[in-house]
Design a protein around this ligand. Structure first.
Ligand code: SAM
Length: 262
């Protein structure tokens, strides 16, 4: 029996291993790795995506994996690639700056669903040094990432990610492509950080605060949710209707509000 089969998937590490070769090929095609690319894979698991990326980059890849028990499996499979580096640890706390050299990063991962949102927020702090990100996530999270104003899934995550990145949902992946089989559909998304932010805020911390406050009471109007931060008169002066609901405003309009109180 190979060590791969001896590894029991751990729920607390969000382990759902991909075994569908068609899906793996589609992910690799989307990532389009080339020699010279500076790629980091988050949560390589037993190496479903890792192998193809290593082949495409002629053996250069950094991986960040939390589960110590997976490290020997990854080592035995891929240590013959000279440029393969395993960083055992938590991607949420990992300092990705140590991997940014001359080439900006391309990040890939079939992410553990339990940490996907905080991980995306962590990665956005490196947005200037990231070329693109390709992630497998819960379909619902991909819907939220890509949602436009007035759509059901539009909210804080959509706004803060779209502030930094162009978001492109790519394809849906059914539960049967994984082992163990998850309860929900998954989807692959591409996020490409803008070289020049389309609507730069004076202070992104203020933007984050305004957006969080606006969505704290979804059914209420902006006049009510943003009470204490911005008045109806200020909103009107910005050309924003104070009786509008938070999910109707664009990223640009949130930046306008944020700049008016920064
Ligand atoms: N890439 C593999 C695949 O597609 O089969 C595994 C995907 S599995 C959904 C998520 C992987 O992320 C697991 O290997 C898990 O151990 C790892 N992981 C979980 N939490 C992590 C964290 N905080 N930092 C880094 N890796 C983590």
């Amino acid at each position: 029996m190979s060590s791969e089969h001896q590894h029991r998937a751990r729920k607390r590490f969000g382990q759902n291993f991909l075994h569908d070769h068609h899906v793996i090929d589609n992910i690799l095609a989307a990532v389009s790795a080339k020699p010279g690319h500076n790629i980091v894979e988050i949560g390589p698991g037993q190496g479903a995506i890792t192998e193809g990326v290593l082949k495409a980059t002629e053996g250069h890849l950094n991986v960040v994996e939390l589960d110590r028990d997976l490290i020997p499996i990854l080592e035995s499979k891929f240590n013959h690639y000279e440029g393969f580096n395993i960083h055992q640890g938590d991607a949420l706390k990992f300092d990705f700056r140590q991997l940014i050299q001359d080439e900006p990063l391309k990040i890939v991962g079939n992410l553990p669903y339990n940490i996907s949102t905080p991980l995306i927020f962590h990665l956005l702090t490196y947005h200037k040094d990231i070329t693109d990100m390709h992630f497998m996530l819960q379909k619902e999270v991909v819907n939220r990432l890509g949602a436009s104003p007035r759509e059901k899934n539009y909210g804080r995550l959509s706004i803060m990610v779209q502030y930094y990145c162009a978001v492109q949902p790519l394809f849906i992946v059914k539960p049967g492509s994984f082992h163990p089989v998850p309860k929900v559909d998954s989807a692959v998304v591409r996020m490409v950080p803008y070289t020049e932010l389309p609507f730069p805020a004076k202070d992104v911390k203020v933007l984050e605060k305004v957006v969080r406050q606006a969505f704290s009471m979804r059914r209420k109007t902006l006049r009510n949710t943003l009470k204490g931060t911005v008045s109806s008169e200020q909103l009107e002066a910005l050309g924003i209707d104070p009786s509008a609901r938070p999910e109707t405003l664009s990223v640009e309009q949130y930046v306008k509000i944020s700049d008016s109180v920064s």
